[in-house]
Design a protein around this ligand. Sequence first.
Ligand code: SF4
Length: 662
Amino acid sequence: MEIIRADKAGFCFGVKRAIEMAAKASKNGDAASLGPLIHNQQVVDYLTGQGIQVIDSIEELQPGAQLIIRSHGIAPAGYESAAHKNIPLIDATCPFVQKAQRLAAEASKSNMLIVVGDRNHPEVQGILGWAGSHSRVVETLEEAQRLSFFSKLAVLAQTTLPRSTFLEIVEELKSHTEQLIIYDTICNATSERQDSAAEVSERADLMIVVGGRHSSNTRKLESICGKKCPTHLIETADELQQIWFADVRKAGLTAGASTPDWIIEEVYKRMSEILENKDNEETMENFEGSLPELYRGALVKGTVVKMTHDEVYVDISWKSEGVIPQGELSAVRGTRPEEVVKLGDEIEVVVLRLENEDGHPVLSKRRANEIKAREVLAKAAETKEEIQAVAVEVVKGGLLVDLGMRGFVPASQIQPDFVADLNQFVGQTLRLRIIEFDEGKKKLVLSQKAILAEEREQEKEKLFATIKEGDVVQGVVRRLTDFGAFIDLGGVDGLLHVSDMAFSRVSNPSDIVNIGDEVEVQIISVDQSKGRISLGLKQLKTNPWDQAGTKYPVGSTVQAKVVRIAVFGAFVQLEDGIDALIHISQLADRRVGKVDEVVKIGDVIEAKIIECKPEEKRISLSIRELIADKQNADAQEDLENQPEIKEVTIGEAVLSADENEQ
Ligand code: SF4
């Protein structure tokens, strides 16, 4: 087994110079760098420990502190701003970048300048600042092909650009101008590291690239090596996995320009240990003769031969059976053996230890699941395809799902609406999309909300395209509020306002509908731009006022219940949707000071209809007139019941009087 180190790897001249300048500045007082000094978190952490802060803008700088310009450089506006504020500058711009800036400023005076590189990279943004408006960025050959024709063009490159990319684009630019001036600003440090990495990866079975995941030159090394052999990008030695070296005879090692020597040495040391361990195990293997290859991290097949309440024994054709402890059965804590295997099952396992105290190899099914899952997950992360998994546990801030490896679904990513209780999802199969997958850090974050929100949006568009005012549709009551109910019409919620629930006055929406009710409603209005749909329930019923004129003629008497009391009178309900008013002056045959002296809510009264105007939705009643009518009727009746009075003449009356005197 052999480790081949790239002879050009790690800190380049410009980065080394910037780190040294920063360290020196920190000894002279407070200092801060505009952005991370280099794309390597471990080094940034180290510098922070030395008192060098990282700031995003000059405004964040503490008064009196020195401002360190990192090796990527900045635009002239940054220098002007610092000078204007009297900020002491430590300019660690790499001399190669400074040269590119000078050329950009010069070339753009009389040519359209093409800067080939990553338009979001700070170095490119700084160079554009020096070039001014007479410049543009080209990232790819396709972009170059889309350029129009210029009489004069100048071109330069981001210092870390692969030379082949630059040459390819330069070739294309020749057909877009009469005169092309080419400035080769690619830094030797970059090309040397790339050439060296390419050369090592030709000979190696596996490449380890050490550097920051945000460092563009490190990622380019990864991409160059990845074309030749399996390649892993790591930031620290801790990320090395023994399993990577299973079939490896020669392992290559290189590092990005922002990787310090001490990290490279740690990685080299750890790789040596892994390979030495593997060598020892292989020596043992030779000694053991026909036994299969077995070493820490090996992925092997075996048959389940014994199960206890917390362990599974597997025959892996080794000296003794291997044992899977309960915690290594699956990614789900507390999984019992019978939940994942049965006797006779052929399974894959990873060797954790060659022997425990009883001489059994210690195995992990969980790790084997993880290895198999990684490939699938990496593909799903790239394609954004939907995957399904069962929620197995509620943890702080979300749910854990089992996908061969543990995945985390944040509470905010479960569904578009707020989730109050996460426990309801445990045991449920979730439809998920990967939103973050970092194999090295074993970080897997997923979202169900992304899928549901997308579907909801599609359903919404479909629904808006098919419905119109006046349509009668079916829906399910999803939510009640003080002002109405939200009805799910199939992906979109419409509002059934309380005033459109019934013709009568509704004080509480739950008097009419309840959550889960299936209802038929009419579309009153649709506003697609605001995503609003107004619904009506009463619009589907007959308006009781249509018949009120014939049902409640003036002069007739009605019995009704008092439903509301106001200062000026009492309202009674004649039927659902028709209330009538008895004015205070009509409540009794005397003067009434307060309405409730005469009637209370719930009283059933009898009154006479004295006015009926359906077009104004108004009916007036009178108790006073009813009393008067009754009194008149009684008086009339008394009169009619008096005994008959006989008619007499005056002569008969005198005679009658004389007879009485005698
Ligand atoms: S890669 Fe080259 S240009 Fe960039 S900082 Fe290092 S030496 Fe300077």
